[in-house]
Design a protein around this ligand. Structure first.
Ligand code: FES
Ligand code: FES
Length: 178
């Protein structure tokens, strides 16, 4: 029986092209980021799509990186929490989470921030949620924020402060937040 061949892929992660040779095509994107690229800001909570701790943005859309195989992302643009901002130059969502204490232990926080960042882009593009009453409403209700963030769990239950942080960014025009 022939030995399985290595799988070579190139991901653009936080603006840098990274070529990886994976001995096994079953490596998840989450494990490739954490174990191969040492980008450990993306967290592994459940490892089966239930908690959102592993959320990253791929080609502009948020995904659970634990549910996606790295080999499916050859050529893709991936943003992790390390690429969203930097110490001294935080992204608006990162700054808002600090301002509102949107965490306790912090384990879910990278996923919350990545998900919230992409979620606001979805809302601004007019994507509905199951609680959307009026897509032309000038701002997201707290119910909208909670529904759209329902894939990101927080075991510390910091939800009120998480919603407050997201609200701060949601109520800021994108050009003002940049
Ligand atoms: S670790 Fe991916 S959803 Fe929980
Ligand atoms: S801050 Fe602890 S799990 Fe969310």
């Amino acid at each position: 029986m022939p030995a399985p061949s290595d799988h070579s892929i190139t991901l653009t992660v936080n603006g840098t092209a990274e070529t990886l040779t994976l001995p096994d095509p079953r490596v998840s994107l989450l494990d490739a980021l954490r174990q191969r690229l040492k980008l450990t800001g993306t967290k592994k909570g459940c490892d089966h799509g239930q908690c959102g701790a592993c959320t990253v943005i791929v080609n502009g859309r948020r995904i659970n990186s634990c549910l996606s195989l790295a080999v499916m992302h050859d050529g893709d643009q991936i943003t992790t929490i390390e690429g969203l901002g930097a110490p001294g130059a935080l992204a608006p969502m990162q700054a808002a989470f600090l301002h509102h204490d949107g965490f306790q232990c912090g384990y879910c926080t990278p996923g919350q921030i990545m998900s919230a960042t992409a979620m606001l882009d979805e809302a601004r593009a007019g994507w509905p949620s199951v609680v959307s009453g009026d897509l032309t409403a000038p701002s997201l209700s707290d119910d909208e924020i909670r529904e759209r963030m329902s894939g990101n769990l927080c075991r510390c239950a910091a939800y009120p402060n998480i919603v407050a942080a997201i609200r701060e960014v949601a109520d800021t025009a994108p050009e003002d937040a940049a």
